[in-house]
Design a binder for this molecule. Structure first.
Ligand SMILES: Nc1ncnc2c1ncn2[C@@H]1O[C@H](COP(=O)(O)OP(=O)(O)OP(=O)(O)O)[C@@H](O)[C@H]1O
Ligand SMILES: [Mg+2]
Length: 754
């Protein structure tokens, strides 16, 4: 700086070496002009030099305070040819790409390169900016010919560019790999932070605030409120993308949408209630009375009387489910229903703990949410179809639900806080009582809804089913009516059921056929008669047993009972030469077989009194057959019928065809009571029987038999078999014609209980 500011800059062969002598330096260096000297804060000195030209170092002189060199300048000027010009342009273009990709090259170097006129100079500007080892740089310095130098630098530059491009590509890929959700996470967190800075409320905080406000309005019980508060605070502290956020929000949504306080006011107006019940259902006196009793007690004693848990038991289609709905209507309560058919898993009733993925509340809580009030009429349908297996026993969960002592604190695993079910009116339904576990059955007030008799069905059809079906077929405006005769025909010949579901279906089918005629502008029947029914529904599908056409020997008429009603059952007895065996055919069950043996033993014990043939019993086999041989039959109530048939065969005295009988027989000939009297009496009446023999002990059941049947059928109560025989057997002179023709009976596919 003090002299001419000229120095020679020369590289060390080994950059690491500290103590350097002339032998450690290259012999070709650069003459440079010192532009500036800066003292740095850390005590070092920064010198900025500008290269001027290449010099060859002839020799060093180390005698002074610095190393001096005697140099010869090197001249590298060259004439600019077209080839050189092209080379220069190519280099500038390449260099531009490098600058764009590299983080180390500044725009300034590029500008300098772009403005360089001299080929050698350009090569030096570009070459010095590349990050290459000293040896390589020295090589460029020592390449005196500018054209050659340009080429060398060009090669290095191309290599540099390739490396940079590769680096860029790798970086791009890594960037893409960065998980999208993580990116979102960052963005959202940034957004939240920005919104906080701006004093705005972000979406999650807004949700938390909303939920807090909703919870405050609900008037939750203390325990629940504390739990909700706890969950809310957890939610507020979470980042909005945390996986728990969804889980906690769903939970809080459930808490806020469950009814805790909302009630409907019971409308206790007995007259109105009865009107509603009658408007929706015919008959069902017992159930309706029970509901009115409940309402009356409610009215007198206030809301703290215990709500009964009713259980409607009855065959399909008798209106159990639909009755629940009209009870709710008559009480002015909400109605909800849950079908328990096929529920195997306790968790379906009680829910899963929230620690499980995809946990949900149980059906009870879910349905309460649907109800929206704390005091709905809640129907647990098909409670007898509850399953039970390794997944637990749902009926034990129901025990808690249906126990008035416990259900004010019902715990759903998902909800995790007690829920009060004590104001709910539970109604359960079942087809049969047997499958319901005893502990559960004990909590239920069972109301049996037996099947309907024909007269009931006609009424139900006329007042409920026909109007409903006409409406559904779009015929309500037309004048279409059914005669009672037609209705009876549909009931008898096209349906075989205790309820009215198939009846409704057949009526619907007729209505649609009429609708078709109306719609296509054809003539249509205004009155549906027996004939119309046959035309629309085709040949009869069900054959009910009818009384025998003749009084016959060895053929007695019994009656049996099934879920879908009663029917006649013929018993045939035949005597064959043999060894005193009893042959039984017609798929008889064990009880019935024993009953047949008892009947035979009784007759044997009475052989002398009855003047039976002397060949009996040693030389005669007795064969008893019950027609409809494919249908399994069982039960003891055909006892007296079988005894009558055998006696008739032995005495060769026909049995009166208009007498039907039912009763169990003992070895001493006493007649014991049986079940299903109502259905059996109705079947006998329908079949044209005149006299109905029944055990005396069953007389009390006659109250259930409709008035008309009691008037038209002669009921004869008996205590002993002798009485049965005197009523049923004709003396030979009374017989119209003794024949042994076997007539067909019903071929209903039902399990008969005789
Ligand atoms: N007494 C009645 N008065 C009017 N309609 C009735 C009566 N009984 C049944 N019904 C009608 O019969 C149809 C079937 O009734 P519902 O579905 O309630 O039977 P259910 O007893 O629940 O049978 P399931 O045991 O098969 O569930 C309904 O359309 C209902 O309105
Ligand atoms: Mg039902």
């Amino acid at each position: 700086m003090l002299q001419d500011r000229v120095v020679v800059v020369v590289a060390q062969r080994d950059p690491e070496k500290e103590d350097v002598g002339p032998s450690d330096l290259y012999s070709l260096g650069t003459e440079a002009l010192v532009a500036r000297v800066l003292k740095m804060p850390d005590g070092t000195t920064n010198v900025l030099v500008q290269g001027q030209r290449r010099v060859h170092i002839n020799h060093f002189d180390e005698s002074g305070d610095a190393i001096y060199a005697a140099t010869t300048p090197i001249n590298d000027t060259i004439e600019k040819t077209m080839a050189l010009e092209a080379l220069m342009r190519a280099m500038v273009a390449l260099f531009e790409k490098c600058v764009r990709l590299s983080r180390n090259l500044s725009e300034d170097v590029y500008v300098a390169a772009m403005n360089a006129d001299d080929p050698g100079w350009l090569a030096d500007v570009v070459g010095s900016s590349l990050q290459i080892p000293i040896a390589k740089q020295q090589e460029i310095l020592e390449t005196i010919n500018p054209a050659e130098r340009l080429e060398k630098v060009n090669v290095l530059l191309a290599h540099e560019l390739a490396v940079l491009e590769l680096e860029q590509k790798i970086q791009d890929e890594v960037q893409q790999e960065v998980d999208k959700s993580q990116r979102e996470y960052f963005l959202r967190e940034q957004l939240r932070a920005i919104q906080r800075e701006l004093g705005e409320v972000d979406a999650l905080t807004r949700d938390v605030n909303d939920l807090r406000a909703r919870l405050a309005e609900l008037g939750l019980p203390e325990k629940v409120r504390a739990k909700a508060e706890e969950e809310l605070n957890r939610l507020a502290g979470l980042p909005s993308m945390a996986p728990e956020v969804g889980v906690i929000r769903t939970y809080l949504d459930l808490l806020t949408s469950l009814p805790w306080q909302q009630t409907t006011i019971d409308d206790i107006d007995l007259d109105r209630a009865l009107k509603i019940l009658d408007a929706n259902h015919y008959g069902l006196k017992k159930v309706k009375e029970r509901i009115l009793e409940f309402m009356a007690v409610r009215k007198l004693a206030g809301a703290n009387v215990r709500t009964p848990i009713l259980c409607f038991v009855g065959p399909p289609g008798v209106g159990k489910t639909s009755l629940g709905r009209s009870i709710a209507e008559s009480l002015n309560r909400k109605f909800v229903r849950v079908s328990l058919g096929g529920v195997h898993d306790e968790a379906e009733i009680r829910g899963h703990r929230r620690t499980y993925v995809g946990a949900m509340p149980g059906r009870i809580v879910q349905t309460m949410r649907m109800a929206g009030t704390v005091n709905p009429v809640y129907m647990l349908d098909e409670i007898d179809k509850l399953g039970q297996d390794f997944r637990g026993d749902p009926s034990s969960a129901l025990l808690e639900v249906l126990d008035p002592e416990q259900n004010s604190e019902f715990i759903d695993n998902y909800l995790d806080v007690p829920y009060d079910l004590s104001r709910v009116m539970f109604i359960t339904t079942a087809n049969m009582l047997d499958p319901i576990p005893p502990a559960l059955r004990d909590r239920l007030e069972v109301i049996e809804i037996p099947g309907y008799i024909e007269e009931d069905k006609v009424q139900i059809a006329r007042h409920f089913l026909v109007p409903k079906q006409l409406k559904e077929s779009g015929l309500s405006g037309q004048q279409v009516s059914f005669t009672d005769d037609a209705m009876t025909q549909i009931i008898r010949s096209y349906t075989s059921e205790a309820g009215v579901r198939n009846l409704e279906r057949e009526i619907g089918s007729i209505c649609r056929k009429v609708a078709r005629s109306v719609a296509s502008g054809r003539r249509y029947p205004h009155v549906i008669t027996r004939k119309t029914v046959a035309r629309y529904l085709g040949p009869a599908r069900v054959n009910w047993g009818l009384a025998e056409e003749r009084d016959e020997i060895g053929v007695a008429t019994g009656v049996y009972w099934t879920e879908v009603g009663g029917d006649l059952a013929t018993v045939e007895a035949a005597l064959l030469d043999g060894k005193g065996k009893l042959i039984l055919t017609g798929q008889l069950g064990d009880v019935m077989k024993e009953s047949a043996t008892a009947a035979l033993s009784y007759i044997r014990s009475r052989a002398a009194d009855l003047h039976l043939p002397s060949k009996f019993p040693e030389l005669l086999d007795v064969h008893i057959h019950l027609p409809a041989g494919a249908v399994p039959k069982d039960g003891p109530s055909a006892g007296i019928t079988m005894a009558t048939a055998i006696t008739s065969a032995l005495l060769k005295q026909p049995v009166r065809r208009d007498v039907a009988m039912t009763g169990e027989i003992t070895l001493r000939g006493r007649v014991l009571p049986i079940g299903g009297l109502r259905e059996k009496a109705l079947a006998a009446h329908r079949a044209g029987i005149k006299t109905f023999v029944l055990p005396r002990k069953n007389l009390k059941d006659l109250v259930d038999v409709p008035e008309r049947v009691r008037r038209e059928l002669r009921f004869v109560p008996v205590d002993h078999m002798d009485e049965v025989l005197s009523i049923a057997l004709l003396s030979n002179s009374e017989a119209i014609r003794p024949v042994s023709q076997v007539s067909e009976s019903s071929d209903l596919p039902v399990v008969a209980s005789c």
